[in-house]
Design a binder for this molecule. Structure first.
Ligand SMILES: Nc1ncnc2c1ncn2[C@@H]1O[C@H](COP(=O)(O)OP(=O)(O)O)[C@@H](O)[C@H]1O
Ligand SMILES: [Mg+2]
Length: 312
């Protein structure tokens, strides 16, 4: 099947010369939820803004449902819904009118049944005649989603939908996203929370400093992230892993003195205690033990530590 979104070699340099995107390639299949995970300043909003036609790419190409976002802008844009990072609503406007107006902007015929369905789906029907200023922060975010859905897009972008939102509201948001997926909407969300990506995404892309470092199925990524290594250093060189330890998945390192053991940090038992006992029972003398994290986890830890705090 044709991907709903295809990004090739996308670069973006802002007017001051700053390169916010350094050649991004990404394909998104219909119906999936993909999370773009990265710290503030990584280029997440720039990527979304470029796909939505808010900023111009410096080079590269983007198609949405096969429509080029430059030469076939209207067709491409009509397939996209965008929930921006900042709440940008008219405080005195009423909920239902706001959503109807958004639909009108896309040249879609007015359809009260569609507006009602969307407002009910987002638990806003009871608030339809309220002014925006009368709503809580969580409700305002839901109004942003309702507006983004008003023209029945097939691809929805959620830019940091839960930044600065408390845990309970975050869960509500995840449920809404699940519901939209069940309706067949493809979802791209950005986040700087690893647990958010883990909770709802089918696939995770890690973005940092304008580059997409990796894109992978969540399950595989999480399995890899959970891998840790224990290096057991011995006082003597070995020719091979001793027979007595063949029950473990051990690798003898090149120095001949180090046995490397991989284990799943999320498993209930790591087997380390038993391994160390078996090592000494095999007559080997320990010089040192050290743990190593897999490189992917290093990337994530690096990302989280670079985070300056508040959402930019
Ligand atoms: N209009 C602009 N002019 C110059 N630099 C910008 C502009 N908008 C964003 N940037 C820079 O581009 C980088 C990526 O920003 P952004 O896409 O907003 O990141 P994210 O959404 O991942 O936090 C940042 O370093 C930011 O300062
Ligand atoms: Mg952003």
């Amino acid at each position: 099947m044709q991907p709903i979104l295809q990004i090739k070699g996308l670069r973006k340099a802002y007017a001051d010369g700053f390169e916010a995107l350094k050649g991004v390639d990404l394909e998104i299949a219909q119906g999936e939820i993909i999370a773009l995970l990265g710290p503030n300043g990584a280029g997440k909003t720039t990527l979304i803004s470029t796909v939505c036609g808010i900023t111009m790419a410096t080079s590269g190409s983007v198609t949405v449902g096969g429509h080029d976002i430059i030469s076939d802008f209207r067709a491409a844009r009509s397939m996209i819904g965008l929930v921006p990072q900042e709440i940008n609503l008219e405080p005195f406007e009423r909920v239902k009118n706001t959503v109807k107006f958004s639909r009108g902007l896309f040249g879609k015929p007015q359809d009260d049944a569609v507006i009602e369905r969307i407002l009910r789906q987002l638990s806003l029907w009871d608030k339809r005649d309220n002014q925006i200023r009368e709503l809580s922060g969580g409700m305002k975010r839901r109004v942003l989603i309702a507006k983004a859905l008003s023209h029945d897009p097939r691809l929805l972008f959620l830019d940091e939908p839960t930044a600065g939102v408390d845990v309970e509201l975050r869960r509500d948001m995840w449920e809404i996203v699940e519901g939209l997926k069940a309706d067949g909407v493809t979802i791209v969300l950005t986040t700087h929370y690893i647990e958010e990506a883990e909770a709802i995404a089918d696939r995770i892309g890690v973005i940092a400093k304008g580059e997409l470092l990796l894109v992978e199925e969540k399950e595989r990524l999480m399995a890899r992230m959970g891998q840790k290594q224990l290096d057991v250093q011995l006082t003597e060189r070995l020719e091979a892993v001793p027979q007595a330890l063949s029950g473990y998945d051990l690798v003898l390192c090149e120095d001949g003195c180090t046995l490397r053991y991989s284990y799943d940090t999320r498993g209930e038992r790591t087997g380390i205690t038993k391994l160390l006992r078996d090592v000494s029972e095999a007559g080997l003398v320990l010089r040192d033990v050290a743990t190593r994290q897999s490189s992917l986890e290093d990337i994530f830890v690096g990302l989280v530590h670079e985070e300056p705090g508040d959402a930019a």
